[in-house]
Design a protein. Structure first.
Length: 423
């Protein structure tokens, strides 16, 4: 086992995914989460210091985008509401189920990233078999848990969490059979971080609304899952053993991932959230809405086109450096920030504090990239310590119980927020 120092790297990845995930709140669904996930994957490669990973940056970004994005199918609005219940059973259920939902985001995102980093020429991941098993696992899980047993987390809304749950279990079973322990570690720590972030973010959401803090508390919750989930994924990566020299990705692999991450995902975000009709409907209360919507749509198209051209032009190179990863990372993050400003009405004079904080985060990330402080020792491991992990889960469940007790003590009846009748 080799001892190294990390710390600032974990923080940078956490802040990067947190900023992008908070921006994702403007778009939602799978495509918004996928763009945020891609940014987290690029941040991971950027701070890794592994030259052989730079050439796989878009493959890692795609794996992170697919994994974190898949969780976007989960409906959690009702579950967030349960955290506002005035009784322990329902409040604890709300926090606990958000731990599960956030954990599923991290499990899939971290797991696919870990498998991408663990795939070598001599020991390639059998992606076809993996995706087939995950698909079957998701279908079986949904029909067993939802249709047969009838365990519904958030009725009457979608129960797609069960699909992600089955896919995640199938992925873990695949990793265990293939003895890919490092990938399992990344999946676990990302799951733990994502779950903690979402449940604790809901707790802050309850406090903020109760105390009438004039801020977008949904954004606080989104930032929490991003920083905890991203930090967990980064810690899992940087504390695990990986092949010493990963072969370069082939040209078709790089370009396929590039098209998905830089062209296809932003195109879906544009189609679902940034067209003239969407912006006009969203900002209908602004004066001169036709002009504002037209300007916003045109500017978004120009910025997206500039992003695509600049990144595609860079990929004409045969070999990528850390500087290439840096430019690609900031290009995607700054573009995501700009379209968030546009969709919330900056061209109509509308600006929000949380958006300015995205800019602050980007500046801080840039400053941290130039710093070598805030580091701590860690030991590279490739063992799966189930006893410790089970203990971590028990501790988290205990802490959530304490948070639920605090939450119900700070407010009274806030309307019908119960999953289970308490009369």
């Amino acid at each position: 086992m080799m001892t190294k120092k990390i710390g600032i790297q974990v923080l940078i990845v956490g802040m990067s995914l947190a900023t992008a995930w908070a921006i994702r709140g403007q778009f939602g669904h799978e495509q918004g989460a996928a763009w945020a996930g891609a940014i987290g994957g690029l941040a991971l490669v950027l701070v890794s210091g592994r030259k052989d990973w730079y050439n796989k940056m878009m493959l890692v970004a795609m794996a992170s985008a697919v994994g974190w994005g898949a969780g976007g199918m989960i409906s959690y609005g009702m579950v967030v509401g349960y955290g506002f219940a005035d009784n322990f059973v329902n409040a604890y259920y709300g926090l606990g189920m958000l731990f599960v939902i956030g954990g599923l985001f991290g499990l899939l995102g971290g797991g696919l990233v870990g498998l991408t980093l663990d795939s070598t020429k001599e020991n390639r991941v059998r992606w076809g078999a993996l995706l087939s098993e995950m698909t079957v696992g998701g279908i079986i899980s949904y029909y067993f848990l939802i249709e047969q047993i009838g365990f519904k987390m958030t009725p009457p809304r979608s129960e797609a969490w069960a699909v992600c749950f089955g896919a995640g279990l199938a992925m873990l079973w695949f990793m265990a059979r293939e003895k890919r322990n490092s990938a399992i570690r990344v999946a676990f720590y990302a799951m733990l971080g994502g779950g903690i972030g979402f449940s604790f973010g809901n707790f802050l959401h309850v406090l903020g609304n109760t105390w009438q803090i004039p801020f977008n508390m949904w954004n606080v919750m989104e930032y929490c899952i991003g920083i905890c989930g991203g930090s967990g994924m980064a810690y899992g990566v940087f504390s695990s053993k990986w092949p010493k020299e990963i072969p370069r990705a082939t040209k078709w692999e790089n370009w396929s991932a590039l098209i998905i991450v830089v062209l296809f995902i932003p195109l879906i975000v544009y189609r679902e959230s940034l067209t003239y009709a969407h912006i006009a409907r969203r900002l209908e209360n602004l004066p001169n809405i036709e002009s504002v919507a037209s300007t916003s749509t045109i500017m978004v198209l120009l910025v997206l086109l500039a992003m695509v051209i600049s990144i595609f032009w860079r990929f004409k190179k045969e070999q990528f450096s850390q500087n290439d990863v840096l430019i690609t990372f900031f290009t995607m993050l700054i573009t995501y920030t700009f379209v968030s400003y546009a969709v919330t009405g900056i061209f109509g004079g509308e600006m929000h504090l949380n958006h300015h904080l995205y800019i602050v985060n980007i500046i801080l990330i840039f400053a941290l990239l130039r710093s070598n402080n805030l580091q701590f020792n860690y030991t590279e491991m490739d063992k799966v310590d189930l006893k410790n992990w089970f203990l971590y889960l028990l501790i988290v469940l205990g802490v959530l119980a304490i948070l639920a007790l605090i939450a119900i003590s700070v407010h009274g009846d806030m309307g019908d927020r119960d999953r289970f009748p308490m009369n």
